[in-house]
Design a protein around this ligand. Sequence first.
Ligand code: DGL
Length: 271
Amino acid sequence: MAASRLAAGGPVGVFDSGIGGVSTLAAIRGQLPREHLLYVADTGHLPYGERPQAYIVERALRITEYFLSCGAKAVAIPCNTATAAAIEALRARHPGLPIVGIEPAVKPAARLTRSGIIGVLATSGTLLSDRFHALVRRQAADVQVLLKPCPGWVTLVEEGGWPAHADRLVAEPLEDLHRRGADVLVLGCTHFPFLIEAIRRHIGPDVPVLETGLPFARQLQRLLLTLGLARVAGEGGVSFFTSGDPAAVARRLERLTGRRATVERLPEPYC
Ligand code: DGL
């Protein structure tokens, strides 16, 4: 894809394994209110965090094909697991297409810690990835980084409700990080900001909890501006798609954001 063929009027494709990336939409809309976003919740293939890398690469390529079929001018991946697994393969396949990924807030956490110990909560896929380990080597070489895969948190967010075991599920990794001296926490999965109230119930109001929705949105904005691809007029919006059940995703959207939206099923070859 040649960059010159990308049209500023085209939409921006945004995808996550599910509803998690929605936690970054307010930041994206705040930075880029004129853009039209196509948001794909790949719930037919959730959770990415437990999938092999090749599986996620295949999904990322497929979803990007869908975005390109809609005339997308850029792709944004507000999913730490998908970024870690697939952004290099996507860039190699589409060298002219602007692609922005997200990464856990390891750098600001390493600057902020006083104990010299930070805790990163993310999926196993992210925490085991080469990309994440390179980030830690680059940005946090002189602090101790404790890793917490948080099994079940993504499902809690996707399925909603608050089952009897939910408090324990949220508390366990947090208590362990506290016991081991972490004084700054990083939410390295876009689903986790939706659990912030439960997290705060366990850690109190003072521990810094960092996520990267805003820097991610700013990076997308910078890229579109630099390439002359930002829309300069008109009002933007978001259209939602899923590889899973559209009614279920619409219910999750309403539960988590209070907004009602139509969710369409992705056309067959992309599901
Ligand atoms: N929301 C995703 C992330 O930021 C992944 C969740 C999953 O499907 O495991 O890592």
